[in-house]
Design a protein around this ligand. Structure first.
Ligand SMILES: Cc1cc2nc3c(=O)[nH]c(=O)nc-3n(C[C@H](O)[C@H](O)[C@H](O)COP(=O)(O)OP(=O)(O)OC[C@H]3O[C@@H](n4cnc5c(N)ncnc54)[C@H](O)[C@@H]3O)c2cc1C
Length: 352
């Protein structure tokens, strides 16, 4: 997300050591890492350049949100979120933050100004337009905007004509050590909140592989973030699906899919582990980790990250079922705006 440099920033190399600068006190010091993982989001290229790696890997797109004082819309939406496809085939959403305010977003524009990105007048026009498409007669006005904010998505470089076509997948780039930089680097390109757990697991495994260290602890069964209070049993999951489902194109059966998918993923991991192991071996990465073939030391569980998991969680999150529904409506000649998804807002289910 945009926001400017951190207070402790990597600012260069000195004598083969990484220089860190405290932006508050001005203090500078250096460290000699065995390996550096560049996870600087939209700033990865800048950080790479500080360390003598000139090849640009990323490209940001700016996304802006509006917080609008619209008690009438908040009342109409109640606890529901509208998640819909726009005329330019993007996903947008609107939901009530409380009884007066609604959140409307987002845009997706190529952006080179990562620091201090701001919502522009054109983006406001665009968001008002898509709101009118999905809720004709909403008649948004600038005087109703209470807050606008913008961030820059860390996306891979792409020739795609439209930003919506740029992959939201993440990948890793291995950069070997050089004489001036006597440690290898791994650069995380892209990344989503939605897939952060799988992404972190993949990165950790990659780091362990390069360092020749075994994984000693798996977090596969650790419930984190929005999943922390998800029901484990079938009855609890059915109750949650019933609670989430309201009138609209997403039925209870469809809402159960994420849970069913969770079970399928465990089986998928076993299938993917071998394929991924072979792939990593082909690329000469993580040779030591491969010796374990993704087996967890404790308890014998698979912990090898699964590409299948990543893709599925990105493409088939609850929200994306909604987009599919809109696309289906368009194929059938109905207005996409006529088929937005209404889903009950719960922490962890709002965004995808
Ligand atoms: C408008 C918008 C909407 C989004 N919507 C969604 C969504 O609905 N679902 C979803 O899953 N994802 C969404 N994302 C994407 C999500 O925000 C990012 O993928 C996520 O924040 C990436 O996390 P990160 O930790 O990789 O990078 P960041 O959160 O960007 O963190 C990078 C860190 O690196 C630090 N840094 C930068 N330079 C240096 C340096 N030289 N030295 C040291 N540190 C440095 C920065 O200060 C920052 O703390 C959205 C993004 C935007 C902008």
């Amino acid at each position: 997300m945009a926001g400017g440099p951190p207070y402790l920033a990597v600012t260069g190399l000195s004598g083969g050591r990484v220089v860190l600068s405290d932006r508050i006190t001005g203090e500078r010091f250096s460290v000699a890492p065995r390996l550096l993982a560049n996870c600087a989001g939209p700033w990865i290229d800048r950080l790479d350049a500080e360390l003598g790696v000139p090849e640009p890997l990323s490209e940001g797109t700016k996304g802006s949100h509006l917080v609008m004082e619209r008690p009438d819309l908040a009342a109409q939406l109640g606890g529901a979120m509208l998640y819909f496809e726009t005329h330019d085939h993007r996903a947008c959403l609107i939901y009530a933050l409380d009884g007066r305010m609604v959140l409307l977003g987002t845009t997706d524009l190529r952006c080179t100004e990562i620091d201090g990105a701001q919502c522009s007048e054109e983006e406001i026009d665009y968001l008002f337009g898509v709101l009118e498409d999905v809720l004709p007669g909403a008649a948004p006005e600038r005087s109703q905007i209470r807050f606008a904010y913008a961030g820059v998505r860390p996306l891979p470089r792409s020739d795609a004509g439209v930003t919506g076509a740029i992959s939201r997948d993440h990948s890793f780039r291995d950069i070997p050590a050089t004489e001036a930089r006597p440690f290898p680097m791994i650069v995380l390109v892209g990344g989503k909140w939605t897939t952060y757990r799988a992404c972190a697991e993949q990165l950790a495994d990659r780091i362990l592989g390069l360092l020749g260290e075994p994984r000693r602890k798996s977090t596969l069964r650790l419930k984190v973030g929005g999943g922390a209070d998800f029901p484990a049993g079938a009855a609890g999951q059915a109750a949650l699906a019933a609670e989430v489902a309201v009138a609209g194109p997403v039925g209870k059966a469809q809402l159960r899919q994420p849970f069913a998918r969770g079970k399928g993923l465990d089986q998928q991991r076993h299938r993917d582990a071998d394929a991924e192991g072979a792939d990593r071996a082909r690329h000469g990465v993580g040779a030591v980790a491969l010796a374990g073939q993704g087996r967890e030391a404790e308890g014998g569980e698979e912990h090898r990250p699964s590409r299948g998991e990543h893709r599925q969680s990105q493409q088939h999150g609850i929200g994306f079922h909604g987009v599919s529904s809109c696309r289906e409506a368009r194929r059938q000649g109905r207005s996409a705006a006529a088929a937005p998804v209404l889903s009950r807002c719960r922490p962890g289910l709002r965004r995808s």
